[in-house]
Write a protein of this length. Structure first.
Length: 485
């Protein structure tokens, strides 16, 4: 009886041990799966965390500073933090060429160019600082979104970093990763790509600064062993065959200036002809208006993006010499107030609009005022009066009189001031450009004199308490009258 009881007890204990073992093993298995799940979850969430890299090097993420988002959850990245990571770039507050710590404006600068931008603006300026670039086109561009300003810092939309830094930007929203590849890294990489495409006969990537910019769009200007230049994609697809003597990338329009047998034309980034190869030279006049300056037989004209002549090729010069007028700064020397093109023929000047309509005949001695030698060294030549949308025009008042007089016209060809002024100039006072008029030995502040003579600013915030006594309503000749806007 006792033996039987012991045997039953043994069996029961054995079953209990087995059940406990199964439970323990099950717990271990569950724990393992939980650990694996936690590791996978952590790995997933870690993979989804924001990551920014420049040439493979991570940019440290500072919460609330490195990245901000708009109401649509578009990502904007701290421009200054990126600039410190892109090889060869630096960041400055304020405008290019000015000693300013204004955090609402900024500049990213490399050896070849400076890029200037401002808060709430999507228009940026690209300023060439290295003449060896051989890029003479006027360089403003548009970003996809305006620059944002928060806590003293400027931010750019993630994909707009491409335009600011001439870099390739890859943004994967699913993994929340931003990969930026600099121009020089792209150049090295694509140089290696060219070597793998030996069957196409290309030997090298063209190394000029302007053509390196095209690499950010996966467009490779390459030289063939025969000496010709073509345009390739990284997979070896030819956008344009090696039929050109030279190729230059036009970043602002994303086109290419191509040359063959001394003639120039323009092709698109798809290899399609935009402007036929009929010209000795072509230069972008203005991106927004889609106009180009063309040259043949040492004469210049203007065509539109469809190759139609807007101004006949009959002028000695189009645009003014920017070096004579510091006030133009980075403004377009070929186009005033987005509408007016200054032209010169036989040492005379005139004005046309972007439709090719004559505003002033080519009959005047200058556009702009070169101040006379008797003025002090601190004064500067003037050409535009932006507050009034005024254009300064010079003319000899008599055939045998060397004394030049100056008038002011608006973009419609209306005369604001007739030819009676001896000088119009400006000088910098307390950090601002202050404009003056000179007539018959008298000098006066331009704003005050204009106000006294009923010439109003284009803007409405005219408030002048100054007092001068130059009367510009009294014309030098009876046929000329002052026209107010």
């Amino acid at each position: 009886m006792d033996l039987f009881d012991n045997e039953e007890l043994f069996k029961e204990e054995k079953k209990k041990v087995k059940r406990n073992g199964i439970i323990i093993i099950s717990c271990i298995v569950v724990a393992i799966f939980l650990i694996i799940g936690i590791v996978l979850a952590m790995s997933y969430f870690q993979s989804m965390q924001l990551g920014i890299s420049v040439d493979g090097v991570s940019v440290p993420i500072v919460e609330g500073k490195t990245v901000i988002y708009d109401e649509s959850q578009n990502m904007f990245i701290n421009i200054q933090e990126v600039a410190t990571k892109v090889p060869g770039y630096s960041y400055l507050n304020g405008k290019y060429g000015e000693n300013s710590e204004n955090t609402e404006e900024g500049v990213v600068q490399s050896q070849n160019e400076a890029v200037q931008f401002s808060m709430n603006e999507n228009k940026i300026e690209k300023i060439l600082i290295n003449e060896d670039t051989e890029d003479t086109e006027y360089g403003y561009m548009y970003l996809k979104y305006p620059i944002k300003y928060q806590n003293g810092t400027l931010y750019a939309y993630v994909e707009d970093l491409k335009t600011l830094f001439n870099a390739k930007v890859e943004y994967n929203k699913e993994t929340n990763k931003v990969k930026l590849t600099s121009t020089e890294t792209l150049y090295t990489s694509y140089q290696n790509v060219i070597q793998t495409l030996g069957n196409l006969g290309y030997t090298s990537v063209e190394s000029s600064f302007v053509n390196k910019k095209a690499l950010a769009s996966d467009l490779i200007v390459a030289k063939k062993d025969s000496g010709g230049y073509g345009i390739l994609r990284p997979d070896g697809t030819e956008v344009s065959g090696p039929r050109y003597t030279s190729i230059k990338y036009l970043e602002t329009t994303e086109e290419f200036l191509v040359e063959s047998n001394g003639k120039y034309g323009i092709i698109s980034n798809l290899g399609q002809s935009k402007v036929p190869m009929n010209y000795e030279d072509i230069k972008l006049l203005d991106k927004d208006s889609g106009l180009y300056i063309v040259k043949n037989s040492d004469k210049y004209g203007v065509i539109n993006k469809d190759g139609v002549e807007v101004l006949y090729i009959e002028f000695d010069q189009i645009g003014v010499d920017k070096s004579q007028y510091p006030s133009l700064g980075n403004e377009n020397q070929y186009l005033f107030y987005d509408t007016i093109i200054p032209v010169s023929r036989d040492d005379k000047w005139g004005l046309y609009n972007v439709r090719g309509e004559e505003i002033l005949p080519v009959a005047y001695d200058s556009i702009g005022c070169i101040v006379s030698s008797r003025q002090s060294a601190s004064v500067q030549n003037a050409i535009l009066l932006d507050d009034y949308e005024g254009i300064i025009v010079g003319q000899q008042i008599a055939e045998n009189n060397s004394n030049k007089k100056y008038a002011v016209y608006n973009p419609l060809g209306d005369q604001l001031v007739d030819f009676q002024l001896d000088n119009i100039y400006y000088r910098t006072e307390n950090g601002k450009d202050v404009y003056y008029l000179e007539k018959d030995g008298q000098n006066g502040l331009l704003d005050e004199v204009f106000a006294q003579n009923g010439i109003n600013k284009v803007t409405k915030d005219v408030n002048s308490n100054l007092n001068n006594n130059i009367n510009i309503n009294n014309s030098i000749t009876q046929s000329n009258t002052v026209v107010t806007n």
